[in-house]
Design a protein around this ligand. Structure first.
Ligand SMILES: *Cc1c(COP(=O)(O)O)cnc(C)c1O
Length: 367
């Protein structure tokens, strides 16, 4: 007898945690022309021109499997960070590295923990593992809740530094205090560290439970290439290597990423331009009565001024829609008291930020 769709349902065969979970919702990627896209923290500038040439040379060799460990990339990253080769892992985007960390260190008997608000992919990944996720809420000042982190009994902790979506950066001493007192694996997601003043690499020498994850998506302008990496003890890297796909990073990505990492001068220029625009845009928001957390990322988290007697959350929702009607996309996270009155705005080109400020002025007058 053949299986009819009323008798046999694939969902009944899915693991319970997969059946009940909600997938991660990425920021909108509009297809039409004319959008100012400031919603997913991509760079507004192209990657180093050396990337295209390196990728083109690899196209000839697509018949052959890539280097299974991304060895030349690992070697370069080890030299760049002053770490041993065995302390570097390369993945298909930072997201794959995060997924593999949950695969190794979280499960039904091994819970995870994170600060809130933060990157909303972490709880999706731990749900796939059937692991509970404890969330430690920030207070409005967004200071690192060091004592609560130390008291957490989880097996795995996720902290984004600089934080997302706020852009707030935590000092190395606070990170040390939090990671040192935490019993499990402590992940610091440094996707935005290139835009900040500090990073946690020096702490790897002291803290055997520390993992740093990085991405080329934001600070190298290579979101489409999919390349991320992890820095940790040799023991932790060996565990990640056990559970990854044998060819987890394709040829084009390995070659393109290596070229981008080698072009240090171009990268430094990109970072300098973004930081300059971030400071002038922040000043523009402050002049207009927005509240803005000091940002160490390539985005700002800004609370618009209220018009008349609308609530702060309504002001944020209304400015979000007004910007979208005017073909400017930013990110809005409703439903959480700490985020519902804010917009996260990626740093684009200076003229795009001016356009946003002018549109916000029109919104302000339009009650
Ligand atoms: C964008 C982002 C990532 C994803 O990085 P990919 O390398 O594109 O997978 C990871 N963590 C945070 C905090 C991010 O904002």
């Amino acid at each position: 007898m053949s299986k009819s769709s009323t008798q046999w349902q694939a969902a009944d065969r899915a693991l319970p945690q997969v059946r009940s979970m909600h997938a991660y919702v990425p920021g909108k990627q509009p297809t039409g022309e004319g959008w100012i896209k400031l919603n997913t923290n991509e760079l507004p500038y192209p990657a180093s021109p050396t990337v295209a040439a390196a990728v083109a040379a690899e196209v000839e060799k697509l018949r052959l499997y890539p280097n299974p460990t991304s060895q030349p990339l690992r070697e370069h990253i080890a030299a760049m960070t002053g770490l041993k080769l065995g302390q570097v892992f390369v993945g298909n985007g930072c997201d794959e590295v995060l997924a593999l960390l949950t695969r190794v260190f979280s499960g039904a008997e091994s819970m995870a923990c994170m600060t809130q608000p933060s990157y909303s992919l972490y709880p999706v990944l731990t749900q796939i593992q059937a692991a509970n996720m404890e969330k430690i809420a920030f207070s409005r000042d967004m200071k690192l809740p060091v004592d609560a982190i130390r008291a957490c009994k989880a097996n795995l902790f996720f902290l984004t530094n600089p934080n997302a979506p706020t852009g707030v950066e935590f000092a190395p001493e606070e990170l040390r205090a939090a990671a040192e007192g935490f019993g499990g694996v402590f992940v610091v997601d440094e996707t935005y560290a290139d835009f900040a003043s500090n990073n946690a690499v020096a702490l790897l020498a002291e803290l055997p439970n520390l993992v740093i994850t990085r991405s080329l998506s934001k600070s190298y302008g290579l979101a489409g290439l999919r390349l991320g990496y992890a820095l940790a003890s040799e023991e932790i890297i060996a565990l990640l290597d056990k559970v990854r796909d044998s060819y987890n990073v394709n040829r084009l990505s390995q070659a393109g990423a290596l070229a981008a990492l080698k072009d240090v001068e171009y990268h430094d220029e990109l970072i300098a331009k973004i930081k300059e625009t971030r400071e002038s845009f922040t000043a523009g928001l402050l002049e207009r009565g927005f509240f803005v957390y000091p940002s160490s990322g390539n985005f700002v988290f800004a609370q618009p001024p209220v018009r008349g007697n609308e609530t702060p959350a309504l002001a944020a929702a209304s400015l979000y829609s007004y910007l979208e009607e005017n073909r400017i996309l930013v990110r809005y996270f409703p439903g959480d008291a700490l985020t519902e009155s804010f917009l996260r705005i990626s740093i684009g080109r200076p003229e795009q930020m001016d356009q946003l400020l002018q549109t916000a002025d029109l919104w302000r007058k339009n009650v």
